[in-house]
Write a protein that binds this ligand. Structure first.
Ligand code: AMP
Length: 624
């Protein structure tokens, strides 16, 4: 059986890891990198994923999708603001969900994430020589039910078997604590590209027990970048009266250079942002350039309110775990944005101690996910590790007057099951609508509705008489299942979730088929390009051999030249695979003949020596 892997499906970058000889290890991708940008680009009907997609972003801003994790499983209402600053078109989809419009077609964020997952798993399968199917995917601890469910569906669309969805900070703690012997209370401070999570855990004797978790799913490194973008665009507007943010290509370049500047400021105290030819003066049509110096102090001023926002979730997590900062033995930093010096400073300030930087902030989550994948698939080297996680947000139902009746409070250990009895508010009420809510606010309208369903066919009874049992069941993935039953009639409702943002089963199935067909199209497109390149390099070799093989018979040289000409034409006119293949075979044979007739000519025909596999990657290397 192929190994199960762990995947950190990040906002900005993703990482995949596997257990190797009892230790989790990162698997490099086809480009040889340990992290893969979570970027998908659509070019015609071709999809580019990872670095190759990221590189062409400025030239293809409307169809290069990044930070899609911010939209997965979300309601349109929740992400409007983030959508507005995207160079690609994010809009409202069916049932208040979010869709991205690319080349006139709507795609769900789940489909985009599925492309990232598919590439990572395909690359990893090739690397370890096994066809990987089973995966553990991580999500921010503070992801709600629909965000988790949508992430699981992304895995499904990618044709994977999602063994478990686990929380990123918990995974990071697994990576940190796997070799630790004693008991420790740790706080994982995870500030990534798009989300912020705080988790407090107790580790000891192979047990990883989450005590509390808190966070902010709208806070991450990308927000820092956008502050720099706003500042640059603001200054530019003042100077040139031109709004760069309205030009998608300029906006994409601004975002890229803002991130680069931010990263440089983690090591240097100042940096220069230089964007020549950023746009044209609308009146004079002369090119305009942007050049600005950004100091670390100015950057910290631009993001000061964002930095302050990390304080509350830390305090909340400590309060929920009934601990104070001094009870925490180690503060573990995870997520690329913890490299920002001001972030470390604020952690030091809140916690009153130096943060522990022993884990690699980019890789710890994937490594921990690989450990979890190992545990689930029974990797003997892991022994008896037990992971106890919690649900991040309170779950309840709406009751009379628009109030919330909580069933499962936040930070309850999962899996968890809870039943409560409700009743009717009116005489002879034939049915009830159950509105399932997630969040901490007392009024239903202020929380997230995960879905509504109806229990109908309640026998006529006076108000308050029916006994309606509502059961909430959270599985180990943190995903909720709800049932309702009227006791006297035994009537049970089949849940009909309305107004949900996650995809229904049919949609998922359609997307799985689409993704498979796309993968097949990609494979055949790739095969076609390989064939063209093989023939083209053979043609070059043939032309060279004809020049060098002076002693060979003229008719043989003519034959090779003629075939080389035909090959050139076939490549240029994009001939079909059959034609490319037959020319390759003929040219190889002719070339071999030529070399036998004039052996001083040099090397063997290359295409014959090369297997298909050898040529693949070279063909796909993008031009810088
Ligand atoms: P993650 O989601 O953990 O991959 O974190 C990605 C975020 O970390 C992005 O916003 C990156 O720009 C940011 N990041 C990565 N390296 C650094 C660095 N050296 N300094 C500041 N931010 C960084």
């Amino acid at each position: 059986m192929a190994k199960a892997v762990g995947i950190d499906l990040g906002t900005t970058n993703s990482v995949i890891a596997v257990m190797e000889g009892g230790k989790p290890e990162v698997i490099v991708n086809a480009e040889g990198a340990r992290t893969t940008p979570s970027v998908v680009a659509y070019k015609g009907d071709e999809r580019l994923v990872g670095q190759i997609a990221k590189r062409q972003a400025a030239l293809n801003p409307a169809a290069t999708l990044f930070e899609v994790k911010r939209f997965i499983g979300r309601r349109w209402e929740e992400v409007k603001e983030e959508a507005a600053r995207s160079p690609f078109k994010v809009k409202e989809g069916p049932g208040g969900s979010v869709r991205i419009e690319v080349n006139g077609k709507d795609v769900a964020p789940e489909q985009v994430s599925a492309e990232v997952l598919r590439k990572m798993v395909a690359d990893a399968s090739a690397k370890i020589g096994q066809n990987i199917k089973d995966v553990v995917i991580t999500v921010p601890a503070y992801f709600d039910n629909s965000q988790r469910e949508a992430t699981r569906q992304a895995g499904e669309i990618a044709g994977l078997n999602v063994l478990r969805v686990i929380n990123e900070p918990t995974a990071a703690a697994l990576a940190y604590g796997i070799d630790k012997k004693g008991n420790e209370t740790v706080l994982v401070f995870d500030l990534g590209g798009g989300t912020f999570d705080v988790t407090i855990l107790e580790l000891g004797d192979g047990v990883f027990e989450v005590k509390s978790t808190s966070g902010d799913t709208h806070l991450g490194g990308a927000d820092f970048d956008h502050r720099i973008v706003d500042w640059l665009a603001g200054e530019f507007k003042q100077e040139h009266n031109f709004d760069l943010k309205k030009d998608p290509q300029a906006l994409q370049r601004l975002i890229e250079s803002a991130e680069k500047a931010k990263i440089e400021l983690s090591a240097a105290s100042e940096t220069t942002i230089s964007l020549p030819f950023i746009t044209f003066d609308p009146e004079t049509r002369t090119p305009l350039h942007l050049e600005r110096k950004l100091t670390r102090a100015k950057f910290e001023e631009l993001v000061s309110d964002l930095l302050r926002r990390v304080r509350e979730p830390v305090t909340q997590a400590l309060r929920d775990a009934k601990l104070s900062a001094s009870d925490i033995d180690e503060v573990i930093l995870v997520g690329g944005s913890t490299r920002v010096p001001a972030v470390k400073r604020i952690v030091r300030e809140i916690m009153g101690k130096e943060p522990n930087e022993s884990v690699n902030p980019d890789e710890a989550v994937a490594l921990g996910a690989a450990v979890q994948a190992g545990i689930i698939s029974g990797d003997a080297a892991l022994g008896d590790i037990v992971l106890v996680d919690v649900t991040p947000l309170t779950l309840g139902v709406e009751v009379k007057g628009g109030m919330v009746a909580p069933l499962i409070p936040r930070n309850t250990t999962v899996p968890a099951k809870k039943t409560e009895v409700f009743t009717t508010a009116e005489n002879n009420q034939p049915g009830v609508e159950i509105n399932v809510l997630q969040g901490e606010r007392p009024m239903a309208a202020d929380n997230k509705s995960l879905g509504k369903f109806k229990l109908e066919g309640i026998p006529p009874m006076r108000a308050g008489q029916p006994q309606i049992e509502v059961t909430f069941d959270i599985d180990a993935n943190g995903i909720l299942h709800v049932t309702a039953r009227e006791k006297s009639s035994g009537k049970e409702s089949s849940i009909r979730i309305e107004n949900t943002t996650t995809l229904d089963k049919n949609e998922v199935e359609r997307m799985v088929r689409e993704a498979e067909a796309n993968a097949e199209a990609d494979r055949s497109r790739r095969e076609h390009v390989e064939k063209k390149n093989t023939l083209d390099s053979l043609r070059l070799q043939a032309q060279q051999q004809v020049e060098e093989a002076s002693s060979a018979p003229q008719d043989l040289k003519d034959k090779v030249s003629k075939l080389a000409d035909e090959a050139k034409q076939a490549v240029e006119s994009d001939a079909d695979n059959a034609r490319l293949q037959s020319l390759t075979t003929d040219l190889e044979a002719a070339l071999r003949e030529l070399m036998q007739a004039a052996p001083q000519g040099g090397s063997q025909p290359q295409a014959e020596a090369k297997k298909d596999d050898d040529v693949v990657d070279a063909d796909f290397k993008p031009a810088d």
